[in-house]
Design a protein around this ligand. Sequence first.
Ligand code: UDP
Ligand code: MG
Length: 139
Amino acid sequence: MAGNRTFTMIKPDATGAGNSGAITKMIEEAGFRIVAMKKVQLTKELAGKFYEIHKARPFYGELCEYMSSGPIVPMILEKDNAVEDFRKLIGATDPKKAAPGTIRALFAKSIDANAIHGSDSDENAAIEGNFFFSQFERY
Ligand code: UDP
Ligand code: MG
């Protein structure tokens, strides 16, 4: 059965453009409950740790540079079928290919500065949520 939590972060292009409020509103209006949320800036090293699974991909260095270039808003979200429904809400990685009305279609600047992250599995949602929020607190 699909889990009911996912993890997201609003990325530096979107926080920098003043879109974190509008994006958070879309997330809540789509039926996701915000379980945990904060605003932080990663070091390049920590961004590298978060995106370790992409280490072999050609864009890894630039991705870590970019993800540490400004503040991000990580959140744990709750809804039935959370991972799949949230990926639908954000749209394709490349905003040019993202369906109309999705968060990336509305707010992303490019395939790298694409406004928002969404976990791709229940397992990664738990790992990514634990990266930013203490496992010893209750959310
Ligand atoms: N990315 C990039 N260039 C690419 C593909 C991905 O800069 O050609 C960045 C982009 O910010 C993306 C992140 O790397 O969101 C992780 O890539 P993934 O394929 O996991 O896409 P996502 O799951 O975020 O849609
Ligand atoms: Mg991904």
